[in-house]
Write a protein that binds this ligand. Sequence first.
Ligand code: NOJ
Length: 468
Amino acid sequence: MNAAAPSSSRTFPDGFRWGVATSSYQVEGAWDEDGKGPSIWDTYAHTPGNVKNDDNADVANDHYHRYVEDVALMKDLNANAYRFSVAWPRIFPEGGGKPNRPGLDFYDRLVDELLGAGIEPFATLYHWDLPQALQDRYGGWQRKETAQAFADYAGYVAEQLGDRVKHYFTINEFASFVEGGYQGLDVQVGGGRTVHLGAAPGLRLSDADLKQVRHHAVLGHGLAVQAIRARGPAGTKVGFAENIRVGVPVLDTPEHVKAAETATRDRNAGFMTVLLEGRYTEEYLASAGGRTPTFTDEELQVIASPLDFVGINVYKPGWYLEPSDEPPGYRDIPVNASHPKMGASWHVLDPEVMYWAPRHMRSIWGAESIFITENGSAASDAVADDGRVYDSDRVMFLRACLAQLQRATAEGVPVHGYFHWSAQDNFEWGDGYGTRFGLVHVDFDTLERTPKLSAEWFRAAARANRVV
Ligand code: NOJ
């Protein structure tokens, strides 16, 4: 008998979604067409000094006009799911009030094109492009009114697209837009200079005020879940897409795994923990002076509204941890200076996060349906003389991450799909166009699309529903 493992041993479960992801501001362009209102990212990127090279996404990938070609490229990748985001200011240019039909028509066309290509649409409702009008009126997520406006918009979209779009993610990466947009980070650079790294709307709130913004963001999610259930057709499914910060155990012992789980729960207290448990931890409530957030029990119940699935964006380890006899029962292990990194400056490489993140979701919070809503890597891609793009590092990253994800599914962790970030190179926020995450290369002068080597890898793996 042949002693080799059977060839099916690295197979994903039947019905596993092989998807790709993008977001409205990062790919659409057409920033002021068909009645769209400005978003906070339009304002922020139009302000010199905020984005590398002063890039903006006025045109971006011009996906708004080239979606037919882009859907064909996804089909060619054997993708069976596409996670895109709806630009709120296309639908409600003023944030609320009267909807702008031509804005919605774009998503109608896109969804029809996807379904015609056998690709299931998964819509994200907030990927950071808040209508500028709500920033002006309420200071954005600093006020509860924005959470309510978000729910009204979310319910409207589910009502309008719900006959064809069955899966919604409310909010993408709470921490990124709250911490980045409402506080930012001062970083030391050469020559004793300090640079402020931020995101739209570019505010610098105190830690205490930031806690209130977090609360309004999770409240917006909960209100949106309720609005989608109330106004979408029966069978509409909803969850969030959060960048869980993942504790990774350094040793494979039950004590180390427990330490990593405890730290993961504690340190996601402002978002994941309250979203799934409906309560803030004592430590979180006491932090930053203990004055904020102000909230009611009823709001906590709304925030933790039951979900159909959870989405997690998984790129890198949050912390390496070991158990400790001192409270809180765990201790951080420093990341070694020589630890390997991927193309983006923040991207510490550890493919095993793709195993630990969904495993923690199940073991800490009992998640029963999980999507990997993002995973990917930036690389210094260029079209070679022979016309191909040899992104060998991204292929390595993909193969290693998907092997770890398969390991999780083989152990029974209920992961139902994977969305690669990104379908194409696009506008990478404060990093502009230099940081490329796509399976498909985009020449931002000509807008020509060229599938990379990683696209070939994805195509083969998606077809076989397995890694080797
Ligand atoms: C997370 C964000 O959701 C997405 O917009 C961003 O481009 C990727 N990570 C890569 O940084």
